[in-house]
Design a binder for this molecule. Sequence first.
Ligand SMILES: Cc1cc2nc3c(=O)[nH]c(=O)nc-3n(C[C@H](O)[C@H](O)[C@H](O)COP(=O)(O)O)c2cc1C
Length: 328
Amino acid sequence: MSDERATAVPDHPMIRAAIRLGCRAPSVHNTQPWRWVFDGTRLHLFRDHDRQLTAADPHARQAVISCGAALHHVRTAFAAKGWRTDTLRLPDPTRPELLATLEFQPWPDPPMGVFRRADAITRRYTDRLPMAEPIGWGSVRLALDDLVSPHEVTLDVLDEDARERLSVASEQSAALRRYDMDYQGELHWWSGHPSTPEGVPPSALVSASEQARVGVARAFPKPGPSARRGELRDHARLVVLTATEETPPTWLHTGEALSAVLLECTASGMSSCALTHITELTAGRRLLSSLIGHPGIPQVVIRIGTAPDDQQPPPTPRRSLAEILTVQ
Ligand SMILES: Cc1cc2nc3c(=O)[nH]c(=O)nc-3n(C[C@H](O)[C@H](O)[C@H](O)COP(=O)(O)O)c2cc1C
């Protein structure tokens, strides 16, 4: 990248605005395991290893996927403000926690889809309630294929009869971990608490009876009883993102693809929920591999459907900009 191009940079208020918006990205247990450093010219994304889930995510796979989602969100936010970000992934083999370095170029005419997806950032949320079938799925499905392909990730839509098998796998994963003190300690640390700047608050969780109508779900701590969306049983499409290999660059790309899928679905009026409790376990991965029927390593399952109401829960919390951004 030439010096001349590197001198064109967004001003500090724009840097802050794009990072604040982009860090609305989803992350495993809302750990927000990222740090950003702006060195006056380039923007660097680091993984914050203090926020790794050592029991659920011992290799930091999901932490890197989460950072990939934030990377795509931030790049989308900059693009919608007229800045293209040339991105080097894992640029320094001696510093594995440095996940990406971004250089800026003015971009007066980004593709229209960028604005749709940037607008969707504040409307997207993880919907753990049962969903109706996604309306308009056919055309969205085609767009999703185009969005994930630059990231060398495949997107498979499972047949309806996979739902029961994944529900059973969900129950098995919960049973296997019921007495795993490290996993449970972590889960309870990161979820079920109101008024913290991180973690999954009670307002984002579902009751036992609501979860029973979903089936394919991680067993989070349960808030009090409630029966939202009445008798609706889940008819969300079950989508799998599969990477070619198991390395930090492919995890980062998986997170970017995940972000693109979630934002496009939101822009198209759909609800979504990323799930990794099945891919955390070898047996779950094997099951998903057999269901998709092609080589690769399944990383994330996504439920995509239509919410029959527009009762969006309050936005989940995020850490302050001062904690995640350093301007040098
Ligand atoms: C890599 C990754 C894994 C996730 N795994 C799960 C999961 O297994 N179950 C679930 O209900 N949500 C899961 N989520 C969603 C997060 O809990 C959610 O993004 C976070 O709590 C922030 O909430 P929001 O998406 O509503 O902004 C995952 C998200 C990411 C990025």
